[in-house]
Design a protein around this ligand. Sequence first.
Ligand SMILES: Cc1cc2nc3c(=O)[nH]c(=O)nc-3n(C[C@H](O)[C@H](O)[C@H](O)COP(=O)(O)OP(=O)(O)OC[C@H]3O[C@@H](n4cnc5c(N)ncnc54)[C@H](O)[C@@H]3O)c2cc1C
Length: 376
Amino acid sequence: MNVTVVGAGIYGLCTAVQLLARGHRVEVFDRSSIPNPLASSYDYHRLIRHAYGPQVGYSQLIPGALQAWERLWELLGESFYIETGALALGPKHDPWISQSRKTLARLRVETEDWSVERAKERLPWLRVGDQEELLYCKSGGVLRSGLILEALGQYLRSKGVVLRENINITSVSKGHITDRAGKQYSSDHVVCALGAGHGYLFPGEIRAFRQVYALYDAVSGTASIEQGCPMILDIGDNAGFYYVPGSNLFPAKVGDHISRLEGHPYEARTIHPEEIASLKGVIETRLHGNFGSLIGSNGTSQANDSHPTRFGLCFYESTKDHIIQLQSGKGGTQIFGGSGHGFKFGALFGETVAEYLAGNRSFQSAQEIVQGKGMP
Ligand SMILES: Cc1cc2nc3c(=O)[nH]c(=O)nc-3n(C[C@H](O)[C@H](O)[C@H](O)COP(=O)(O)OP(=O)(O)OC[C@H]3O[C@@H](n4cnc5c(N)ncnc54)[C@H](O)[C@@H]3O)c2cc1C
């Protein structure tokens, strides 16, 4: 079968690699260069974690997702994963944490309850309230997302796959795509994996939201991966804070996972002062001033503040209930949505979509996996 993949983010590229592995001919299109630095998938890091609060189905998929990444590293000849472990924290009896604890126990994923004192000793720059609880899981970590996209692109090129860059697709109908200039390309099947661009081709189903985040260059000491700092998450009902530990390979990142404003993902990006002010407010609730002493010479922070070195802006696609969607119809097969947690499933869902298209898995089974309702 000849398959056209539109969108060279993590879903499009993983699907292309897996179709190729199953003997299909693939061509990949993107509106930008491949990879697109403005894609949701393109960054220093994306996180993979077991704790998923009430989204039990996605928690169940994590062991399979980690195995799928291992299979991909084997194919690419290099691993782009760094295990850091994950520390979830929030108010005592926070349903997000208690649900995660229950689910992980059922899945036999090892966890530890940390005392507030232990957290303060290990991570003295982290603000932890005396009435908070902490759940640590040693599995989980950082996927080096930008490098993964580059490696996938190189792999496909090395296998003779044509990657068509800077072609903005404006319509899709079974087996045919049309670009902005009206040129049509035909194949047996089209897969669209458009990320935050999905709603422009398939209006009404999805919206692109801005995510401002803070970066800290040259972080060292107990806030670094080298000294065993885990990713830190406070993402219960009333909160939004995550910390990606820095390393000598990449900066640390703080985000709040709160979707504030819509926007166009591929237009010039300006971060508004109110977005920075709001994120700084979140940072101050979790990072002590002494965090500044862990930022090296590249950072702008002084010893007694927790101000970031710089800010970034990225878009993700927001869907109802944060569920990732797989659809099949007039526009071929589409995978989209999820509200900012989909990268970790890139390798697994690439396999899932390819298995469905190759006739080795029913559409319903593939859809259940993508929606977090079924096991691979
Ligand atoms: C700040 C931030 C933090 C995040 N953190 C995490 C995390 O820690 N863990 C996690 O699992 N997930 C995380 N996510 C979510 C994750 O990044 C996304 O779910 C995932 O990358 C989406 O991949 P994709 O392939 O669907 O989309 P994308 O990576 O956006 O790729 C879509 C591609 O389609 C192309 N395209 C779009 N429209 C067209 C068109 N009309 N014609 C041709 N090409 C087109 C684009 O140029 C782009 O290259 C985060 C997202 C953001 C923004």
